[in-house]
Design a protein around this ligand. Structure first.
Ligand SMILES: [Zn+2]
Ligand SMILES: [Zn+2]
Length: 133
């Protein structure tokens, strides 16, 4: 069933979104090669109150989890909870890829500042990548 409320993405955007998510499935938290990852799109109709930010309507998931989302299905509330808990950096990168700029004076409504602080100082310097595992 075609859904015109889904975000349209170019293959280049899809690739960048997977990289922004550090190639980790947002449902099972495993690391996958790009070709095993899919962009799951959530219809705007299910997401009315957050429609301005397109990054809240996509999920990066592996092939298997993507089937689960559609076949079980994974409830929309759970999908949204996962998206809400996305790290500040991934959210920021995804917004950039999707061309969404939040208004500069807008107070962050769903970002926990102490979490950002911990995440920032927990990271290794000089852009090193995550320890594999
Ligand atoms: Zn998965
Ligand atoms: Zn999907």
């Amino acid at each position: 069933m075609p859904d015109t409320d889904l975000i349209k993405l170019t293959p280049a955007q899809e690739r960048k979104l997977k990289i922004a998510a550090e190639q980790i499935c947002e449902l099972c938290y495993d690391y996958y090669p790009l070709s095993f990852l899919k962009i799951h799109r959530i219809s705007r109709r299910l997401y009315k109150e957050m429609k301005r930010d397109p990054s809240t309507r996509i999920m990066v998931v592996c092939d298997l989890c993507h089937s689960h989302i559609h076949e079980l299905p994974v409830p929309i509330g759970k999908q949204r909870a996962i998206i809400r808990e996305r790290s500040f950096y991934i959210r920021r990168d995804m917004r950039k890829i999707l061309g969404y700029k939040p208004k500069p004076y807008q107070a962050p409504d769903d970002v926990n500042l102490s979490m950002i602080f911990d995440e920032y100082f927990g990271r290794s310097p000089l852009g090193s990548y995550r320890i594999s595992g």
